[in-house]
Design a protein around this ligand. Sequence first.
Ligand code: ZN
Length: 292
Amino acid sequence: MSATSLFKNIKENFMLKRVVITGGVHGNELTGAFLVKKWQKEPLETKNIKIEYLLGNPKAFKECRRYIDYDLNRSFSKNALSKDSSNYEFERAKVLKERLKSCDFLIDIHTTTANMGMTIVLSKDDPLSNLIAKKLSLEFDDVKILRWFSNSEGDFINSTVPHSITLEAGAICQGVLEPKIFFRCEEIVKKAVEILDSDMEINKFATDKSVEVYDIVKTVDFPREENEPKAMIHPNLLGKDYSQLKNGDPIFITLEGETIVYNGEPLYAVFINEAAYYEKKIAFCLCKKSNI
Ligand SMILES: [Zn+2]
């Protein structure tokens, strides 16, 4: 099936009406939160779709923390959503799930302390989300596509809607805004909205070109002693997201200065040294690369 007919089918089958854009699902990722605030005051113009803008975690945003009790973006599993809880994020997840009930497409904006540039994260395999990611990757040189389909820690907000993309932008510290990243995220989200709204000009966006996709296949923790990291990311790896790791490449350096090397098949590293993942026991994630 050509991309044109695929996109036509998607439009006909799904009749996109309602798009939701979320930011600040993690309270200390200010880029998405302030984009949402900006658009709440001055909404993006659309012809065919309605957009709602949601601040994901208002309480954590106010305190400039990632979360209050638990990572909100891991709080959408059936288990978390079904029970009454004093956990703020579990309760907030229920509110968001209700607000997202008739949402056809979700765009969720995040930032990372890892040097990942502009990454579109896909959390499930559906043709419309894939196509939007692909269009954005072809439109913008710096946009990469990362698929993260399984997560044992709890389901993402994306699991509540039929179609979605997550924009993950970095490197940027937690709790700060930077104009370059802010305006680049704005540009990318605006383009995604333009495509979703473009009913009349589908052909303009159709393509048979293939793009590179990275699939997360495993995570790697820091070497630890009594639960605490006893090594840091090696300087050779730091900031080198999407580079290939080969047997023998340095990955960690201990607090005493001893180098620890990679031992395994060639894979691509992402989320290298993400601050929020220390507690998740992830020093970096490893991916396979293919084309879609
Ligand atoms: Zn985030």
